[in-house]
Design a protein around this ligand. Structure first.
Ligand code: SIN
Ligand code: CO
Length: 377
Protein backbone atom coordinates (compact mmCIF):
# COMPACT_ATOMS: atom_id res chain seq x y z
CA UNK A 1 0.00 0.00 0.00
CA UNK A 2 1.02 3.59 -0.45
CA UNK A 3 2.51 5.26 2.52
CA UNK A 4 0.93 8.64 2.40
CA UNK A 5 -2.27 10.48 3.02
CA UNK A 6 -4.59 11.53 0.27
CA UNK A 7 -4.67 15.25 -0.26
CA UNK A 8 -7.92 15.77 1.62
CA UNK A 9 -6.05 15.38 4.92
CA UNK A 10 -4.38 18.56 6.16
CA UNK A 11 -2.21 17.78 9.16
CA UNK A 12 -1.91 21.41 10.27
CA UNK A 13 -5.68 21.89 10.32
CA UNK A 14 -6.05 18.53 12.02
CA UNK A 15 -3.59 19.50 14.75
CA UNK A 16 -5.11 22.93 15.27
CA UNK A 17 -8.76 21.88 15.37
CA UNK A 18 -9.11 18.19 16.03
CA UNK A 19 -6.22 16.53 17.87
CA UNK A 20 -7.43 15.90 21.44
CA UNK A 21 -10.41 18.16 20.73
CA UNK A 22 -12.97 16.80 18.32
CA UNK A 23 -13.54 13.89 15.93
CA UNK A 24 -12.65 14.01 12.26
CA UNK A 25 -13.90 11.83 9.44
CA UNK A 26 -11.41 11.46 6.59
CA UNK A 27 -12.94 9.78 3.57
CA UNK A 28 -10.51 7.76 1.52
CA UNK A 29 -7.69 8.79 3.84
CA UNK A 30 -4.85 6.67 2.53
CA UNK A 31 -3.38 6.68 -0.98
CA UNK A 32 -3.88 3.42 -2.91
CA UNK A 33 -5.21 1.73 0.19
CA UNK A 34 -5.50 -1.99 0.46
CA UNK A 35 -5.76 -3.58 3.93
CA UNK A 36 -2.30 -4.76 5.01
CA UNK A 37 -3.79 -7.86 6.65
CA UNK A 38 -6.92 -9.87 5.89
CA UNK A 39 -9.39 -11.43 8.29
CA UNK A 40 -7.99 -14.95 7.83
CA UNK A 41 -4.48 -13.80 8.74
CA UNK A 42 -5.92 -11.96 11.74
CA UNK A 43 -7.87 -15.00 12.89
CA UNK A 44 -4.67 -17.07 12.49
CA UNK A 45 -2.68 -14.64 14.63
CA UNK A 46 -5.22 -14.93 17.46
CA UNK A 47 -4.60 -18.70 17.60
CA UNK A 48 -1.02 -18.03 18.69
CA UNK A 49 0.22 -18.17 22.26
CA UNK A 50 1.65 -14.81 23.37
CA UNK A 51 -0.58 -12.73 21.09
CA UNK A 52 -3.09 -10.69 23.12
CA UNK A 53 -6.58 -11.20 21.72
CA UNK A 54 -10.21 -10.96 22.83
CA UNK A 55 -13.62 -11.83 21.51
CA UNK A 56 -16.56 -9.63 22.48
CA UNK A 57 -19.96 -11.15 21.93
CA UNK A 58 -23.45 -9.77 22.44
CA UNK A 59 -25.56 -12.66 23.60
CA UNK A 60 -28.98 -12.73 25.28
CA UNK A 61 -28.80 -8.98 25.87
CA UNK A 62 -25.45 -9.36 27.67
CA UNK A 63 -21.95 -8.36 26.62
CA UNK A 64 -19.49 -11.21 27.02
CA UNK A 65 -15.72 -11.21 26.87
CA UNK A 66 -13.47 -14.16 26.03
CA UNK A 67 -9.68 -14.06 26.13
CA UNK A 68 -7.39 -15.66 23.55
CA UNK A 69 -5.47 -17.55 22.36
CA UNK A 70 -8.41 -19.03 20.48
CA UNK A 71 -9.04 -22.20 18.53
CA UNK A 72 -10.83 -22.49 15.17
CA UNK A 73 -14.07 -23.44 16.88
CA UNK A 74 -14.10 -20.18 18.86
CA UNK A 75 -14.86 -18.56 15.51
CA UNK A 76 -18.12 -20.51 15.15
CA UNK A 77 -20.68 -18.40 16.99
CA UNK A 78 -24.38 -17.80 16.59
CA UNK A 79 -24.46 -14.28 18.02
CA UNK A 80 -22.81 -11.11 16.73
CA UNK A 81 -19.16 -11.11 17.76
CA UNK A 82 -15.91 -9.23 17.26
CA UNK A 83 -12.34 -10.49 17.43
CA UNK A 84 -9.80 -7.91 18.61
CA UNK A 85 -6.06 -8.48 18.33
CA UNK A 86 -3.68 -6.14 20.10
CA UNK A 87 -0.28 -4.91 18.85
CA UNK A 88 -0.59 -6.50 15.41
CA UNK A 89 2.08 -4.03 14.25
CA UNK A 90 4.58 -5.93 16.40
CA UNK A 91 4.10 -9.05 14.30
CA UNK A 92 3.24 -7.81 10.81
CA UNK A 93 5.61 -5.18 9.33
CA UNK A 94 2.98 -4.08 6.76
CA UNK A 95 0.69 -3.19 9.65
CA UNK A 96 3.52 -1.36 11.44
CA UNK A 97 3.90 0.73 8.27
CA UNK A 98 0.50 2.29 9.03
CA UNK A 99 2.17 4.11 11.92
CA UNK A 100 4.22 6.03 9.37
CA UNK A 101 1.08 7.96 8.45
CA UNK A 102 1.37 9.56 11.86
CA UNK A 103 4.97 10.67 11.86
CA UNK A 104 3.75 14.24 12.19
CA UNK A 105 2.99 13.35 15.83
CA UNK A 106 5.63 12.36 18.39
CA UNK A 107 6.15 8.64 17.94
CA UNK A 108 6.46 8.06 21.67
CA UNK A 109 2.73 8.85 21.83
CA UNK A 110 1.88 5.84 19.69
CA UNK A 111 0.69 2.80 21.57
CA UNK A 112 -0.01 0.08 19.04
CA UNK A 113 -2.14 -0.97 16.11
CA UNK A 114 -5.07 -3.10 17.15
CA UNK A 115 -6.99 -4.92 14.45
CA UNK A 116 -10.55 -6.14 14.76
CA UNK A 117 -12.73 -8.41 12.72
CA UNK A 118 -16.48 -8.51 13.18
CA UNK A 119 -19.34 -10.50 11.72
CA UNK A 120 -22.48 -8.68 10.62
CA UNK A 121 -23.85 -6.71 13.58
CA UNK A 122 -20.69 -7.34 15.64
CA UNK A 123 -19.71 -4.59 18.05
CA UNK A 124 -17.76 -4.03 21.25
CA UNK A 125 -20.54 -1.78 22.50
CA UNK A 126 -20.74 1.92 23.25
CA UNK A 127 -17.64 2.95 25.18
CA UNK A 128 -14.95 5.57 25.53
CA UNK A 129 -11.19 5.14 25.63
CA UNK A 130 -8.53 7.10 27.45
CA UNK A 131 -6.64 6.91 24.19
CA UNK A 132 -6.82 8.93 21.01
CA UNK A 133 -7.52 6.57 18.19
CA UNK A 134 -7.54 6.62 14.40
CA UNK A 135 -10.01 4.00 13.16
CA UNK A 136 -9.05 2.96 9.65
CA UNK A 137 -11.59 0.78 7.91
CA UNK A 138 -10.02 -2.28 6.30
CA UNK A 139 -12.37 -4.74 4.57
CA UNK A 140 -16.14 -4.22 4.49
CA UNK A 141 -18.19 -1.54 6.18
CA UNK A 142 -18.78 -0.37 9.72
CA UNK A 143 -21.23 2.17 11.03
CA UNK A 144 -19.65 4.43 13.64
CA UNK A 145 -21.77 6.41 16.06
CA UNK A 146 -20.12 9.20 17.98
CA UNK A 147 -21.55 10.41 21.26
CA UNK A 148 -21.02 12.49 24.36
CA UNK A 149 -17.80 13.39 26.16
CA UNK A 150 -17.15 10.93 29.01
CA UNK A 151 -14.85 10.70 32.00
CA UNK A 152 -14.41 8.63 35.14
CA UNK A 153 -17.80 9.86 36.42
CA UNK A 154 -19.66 8.38 33.39
CA UNK A 155 -21.84 5.42 34.35
CA UNK A 156 -20.79 2.02 33.02
CA UNK A 157 -22.77 -1.21 32.81
CA UNK A 158 -21.81 -3.62 35.60
CA UNK A 159 -19.09 -5.87 34.15
CA UNK A 160 -15.78 -6.99 35.64
CA UNK A 161 -13.73 -6.34 32.54
CA UNK A 162 -15.71 -4.55 29.83
CA UNK A 163 -16.25 -0.82 30.11
CA UNK A 164 -19.56 -0.36 28.31
CA UNK A 165 -21.45 2.89 28.76
CA UNK A 166 -24.85 2.80 30.39
CA UNK A 167 -26.13 5.60 28.18
CA UNK A 168 -25.06 6.69 24.74
CA UNK A 169 -26.17 9.99 23.27
CA UNK A 170 -25.61 9.61 19.56
CA UNK A 171 -24.49 12.91 17.99
CA UNK A 172 -23.08 11.79 14.63
CA UNK A 173 -23.17 8.67 12.48
CA UNK A 174 -20.78 7.72 9.71
CA UNK A 175 -20.68 4.64 7.55
CA UNK A 176 -17.04 3.84 6.82
CA UNK A 177 -15.83 1.84 3.84
CA UNK A 178 -12.34 0.55 2.98
CA UNK A 179 -9.71 3.27 3.41
CA UNK A 180 -11.98 5.70 5.29
CA UNK A 181 -10.71 6.86 8.65
CA UNK A 182 -12.31 8.28 11.75
CA UNK A 183 -10.29 10.09 14.38
CA UNK A 184 -11.79 9.81 17.86
CA UNK A 185 -10.21 11.89 20.65
CA UNK A 186 -9.85 10.31 24.08
CA UNK A 187 -13.01 10.58 26.15
CA UNK A 188 -15.49 10.73 23.24
CA UNK A 189 -18.09 7.95 23.35
CA UNK A 190 -18.08 5.80 20.21
CA UNK A 191 -19.89 2.73 19.03
CA UNK A 192 -18.98 0.81 15.90
CA UNK A 193 -21.36 -1.74 14.40
CA UNK A 194 -20.27 -4.00 11.56
CA UNK A 195 -22.41 -3.90 8.40
CA UNK A 196 -21.60 -7.31 7.05
CA UNK A 197 -18.18 -8.77 7.85
CA UNK A 198 -15.47 -6.16 8.31
CA UNK A 199 -12.03 -5.37 9.67
CA UNK A 200 -10.88 -2.18 11.37
CA UNK A 201 -7.33 -1.02 12.09
CA UNK A 202 -7.10 1.11 15.26
CA UNK A 203 -3.95 3.16 15.57
CA UNK A 204 -3.96 4.11 19.23
CA UNK A 205 -2.11 6.94 20.94
CA UNK A 206 -1.39 6.66 24.62
CA UNK A 207 -0.86 9.46 27.05
CA UNK A 208 0.87 8.87 30.37
CA UNK A 209 -1.38 9.11 33.42
CA UNK A 210 -0.57 12.18 35.51
CA UNK A 211 -0.52 9.83 38.54
CA UNK A 212 2.27 7.83 36.93
CA UNK A 213 4.13 11.00 36.01
CA UNK A 214 4.00 12.17 39.63
CA UNK A 215 5.14 8.81 40.88
CA UNK A 216 8.09 8.62 38.43
CA UNK A 217 9.09 12.20 39.11
CA UNK A 218 9.06 11.62 42.86
CA UNK A 219 11.02 8.37 42.47
CA UNK A 220 13.68 10.20 40.49
CA UNK A 221 13.81 13.03 43.03
CA UNK A 222 14.12 10.56 45.92
CA UNK A 223 17.00 8.85 44.17
CA UNK A 224 18.86 12.15 43.96
CA UNK A 225 18.00 13.54 47.39
CA UNK A 226 20.17 13.34 50.46
CA UNK A 227 18.15 11.10 52.80
CA UNK A 228 19.85 12.69 55.83
CA UNK A 229 18.05 15.99 55.63
CA UNK A 230 15.46 16.63 58.36
CA UNK A 231 12.67 19.01 59.24
CA UNK A 232 14.06 22.07 61.06
CA UNK A 233 12.26 24.42 63.44
CA UNK A 234 14.87 26.67 64.96
CA UNK A 235 13.64 29.97 66.41
CA UNK A 236 10.09 28.88 67.21
CA UNK A 237 7.81 30.43 69.87
CA UNK A 238 6.98 28.41 73.01
CA UNK A 239 3.82 26.29 72.76
CA UNK A 240 0.72 26.90 74.86
CA UNK A 241 -1.13 23.71 73.80
CA UNK A 242 1.58 21.05 73.48
CA UNK A 243 -0.60 18.54 71.62
CA UNK A 244 -1.32 20.92 68.74
CA UNK A 245 0.26 20.98 65.30
CA UNK A 246 0.12 24.74 64.86
CA UNK A 247 -0.50 26.51 61.55
CA UNK A 248 3.08 27.79 61.82
CA UNK A 249 4.42 24.21 62.12
CA UNK A 250 2.48 23.22 59.04
CA UNK A 251 3.74 26.26 57.13
CA UNK A 252 7.34 25.35 57.97
CA UNK A 253 6.76 21.77 56.85
CA UNK A 254 5.25 22.86 53.55
CA UNK A 255 8.00 25.45 52.92
CA UNK A 256 10.69 22.83 53.54
CA UNK A 257 8.86 20.35 51.35
CA UNK A 258 8.60 22.95 48.61
CA UNK A 259 12.34 23.65 48.84
CA UNK A 260 12.99 19.92 48.42
CA UNK A 261 10.66 19.71 45.43
CA UNK A 262 12.29 22.75 43.84
CA UNK A 263 15.52 20.81 43.34
CA UNK A 264 15.74 20.12 39.68
CA UNK A 265 15.59 16.35 39.27
CA UNK A 266 17.22 14.81 36.26
CA UNK A 267 14.33 14.55 33.81
CA UNK A 268 14.89 11.09 32.40
CA UNK A 269 11.82 9.83 34.26
CA UNK A 270 9.53 11.08 31.50
CA UNK A 271 11.30 9.43 28.57
CA UNK A 272 11.62 6.20 30.54
CA UNK A 273 7.92 6.25 31.33
CA UNK A 274 6.69 6.94 27.81
CA UNK A 275 8.97 4.37 26.19
CA UNK A 276 7.99 1.58 28.54
CA UNK A 277 7.20 -1.39 26.32
CA UNK A 278 3.76 -2.97 26.29
CA UNK A 279 5.37 -6.42 26.25
CA UNK A 280 8.85 -6.91 27.73
CA UNK A 281 11.28 -7.76 24.92
CA UNK A 282 13.24 -10.88 25.86
CA UNK A 283 16.46 -10.80 23.83
CA UNK A 284 18.03 -14.23 23.68
CA UNK A 285 21.75 -14.21 24.65
CA UNK A 286 22.88 -16.28 21.66
CA UNK A 287 20.89 -14.18 19.20
CA UNK A 288 22.29 -11.03 20.76
CA UNK A 289 25.88 -12.26 20.46
CA UNK A 290 25.24 -13.22 16.84
CA UNK A 291 23.68 -9.85 16.06
CA UNK A 292 26.62 -7.99 17.67
CA UNK A 293 29.07 -10.04 15.62
CA UNK A 294 27.13 -9.33 12.43
CA UNK A 295 27.07 -5.65 13.24
CA UNK A 296 30.85 -5.64 13.78
CA UNK A 297 31.59 -7.67 10.67
CA UNK A 298 29.50 -5.55 8.31
CA UNK A 299 25.72 -5.96 8.45
CA UNK A 300 23.70 -4.80 5.44
CA UNK A 301 20.89 -3.27 7.46
CA UNK A 302 20.01 -2.16 10.91
CA UNK A 303 16.24 -2.02 11.27
CA UNK A 304 14.01 -0.65 13.97
CA UNK A 305 12.02 -3.47 15.57
CA UNK A 306 8.31 -2.95 14.99
CA UNK A 307 7.76 -3.12 18.76
CA UNK A 308 10.58 -0.68 19.61
CA UNK A 309 9.77 2.22 21.90
CA UNK A 310 12.59 4.61 21.09
CA UNK A 311 12.89 8.32 21.83
CA UNK A 312 15.63 10.81 22.52
CA UNK A 313 16.00 14.13 24.25
CA UNK A 314 18.51 16.94 23.94
CA UNK A 315 20.43 17.46 27.19
CA UNK A 316 22.91 20.19 28.06
CA UNK A 317 25.85 17.93 27.39
CA UNK A 318 24.64 15.28 25.01
CA UNK A 319 21.66 13.17 24.08
CA UNK A 320 19.56 11.07 26.42
CA UNK A 321 18.40 7.97 24.58
CA UNK A 322 15.30 6.16 25.82
CA UNK A 323 14.91 2.61 24.63
CA UNK A 324 12.13 0.30 25.80
CA UNK A 325 11.86 1.97 29.19
CA UNK A 326 15.60 2.38 29.91
CA UNK A 327 17.90 5.30 29.26
CA UNK A 328 21.56 6.17 28.65
CA UNK A 329 23.25 9.46 27.85
CA UNK A 330 25.42 9.62 24.75
CA UNK A 331 27.65 12.34 23.31
CA UNK A 332 26.08 14.75 20.83
CA UNK A 333 27.69 12.98 17.86
CA UNK A 334 25.14 10.13 17.92
CA UNK A 335 22.31 12.43 16.90
CA UNK A 336 22.45 11.92 13.08
CA UNK A 337 22.23 8.14 13.51
CA UNK A 338 19.32 8.48 15.93
CA UNK A 339 17.46 10.87 13.67
CA UNK A 340 17.88 8.60 10.65
CA UNK A 341 16.77 5.56 12.61
CA UNK A 342 13.68 7.28 13.99
CA UNK A 343 12.76 8.79 10.59
CA UNK A 344 13.41 5.95 8.20
CA UNK A 345 13.35 3.00 10.63
CA UNK A 346 16.60 1.70 9.14
CA UNK A 347 20.32 2.37 8.65
CA UNK A 348 22.20 1.07 5.65
CA UNK A 349 25.12 1.74 3.29
CA UNK A 350 27.46 4.59 4.18
CA UNK A 351 25.31 5.74 7.10
CA UNK A 352 25.66 2.32 8.73
CA UNK A 353 29.35 1.84 7.99
CA UNK A 354 30.00 5.43 9.14
CA UNK A 355 28.14 4.70 12.38
CA UNK A 356 30.18 1.58 13.03
CA UNK A 357 33.53 3.40 12.79
CA UNK A 358 32.37 6.09 15.20
CA UNK A 359 32.84 4.72 18.74
CA UNK A 360 29.85 6.55 20.21
CA UNK A 361 27.44 5.61 17.43
CA UNK A 362 28.63 2.00 17.57
CA UNK A 363 28.02 2.02 21.34
CA UNK A 364 24.55 3.42 20.68
CA UNK A 365 23.77 0.60 18.26
CA UNK A 366 24.95 -1.98 20.79
CA UNK A 367 22.72 -0.41 23.41
CA UNK A 368 19.74 -0.48 21.04
CA UNK A 369 20.42 -4.13 20.22
CA UNK A 370 20.57 -5.04 23.91
CA UNK A 371 17.34 -3.20 24.65
CA UNK A 372 15.55 -5.00 21.80
CA UNK A 373 14.94 -1.84 19.74
CA UNK A 374 16.80 -2.86 16.59
CA UNK A 375 17.76 -5.97 14.67
CA UNK A 376 20.44 -6.51 12.06
CA UNK A 377 20.45 -8.25 8.71
C1 SIN B 1 -13.36 -2.09 17.07
O1 SIN B 1 -12.48 -2.09 16.21
O2 SIN B 1 -14.37 -2.77 16.96
C2 SIN B 1 -13.24 -1.29 18.31
C3 SIN B 1 -12.26 -0.21 18.24
C4 SIN B 1 -12.56 0.89 19.24
O3 SIN B 1 -13.68 1.19 19.50
O4 SIN B 1 -11.64 1.51 19.80
CO1 CO C 1 -12.75 2.45 21.30
Amino acid sequence: MGNGWNQNFDREIFLARHWQRKPLLIRSAVKDFSPPLDRHELAGLALEEGVESRIVEYRDALWQLHHGPFSEQDYQRDFPWTLLVQAVDHYIPEVATLRRLFDFLPQWRVDDVMVSYAVDGGSVGPHYDNYDVFLLQGEGERLWRLGQFCDSSSTLLPHDELRILDTFESEQEHLLGPGDMLYVPSGIAHWGIARGECTTFSIGFRAPRINDMVSRWVDQLLEQMDSDQFYRDAGQASVTRPGEIRPRDMERALAQLQAALDQDPCNHWFGELVTEPRYEPAPDDDELAEAKALLRDGATFVKLSPAAKLAWQQELEGIAVFANGGSIEFPQGVLPVLITLCDSWRLEGDTLSGAMVDLDSAALLHYLLESGCIYVE
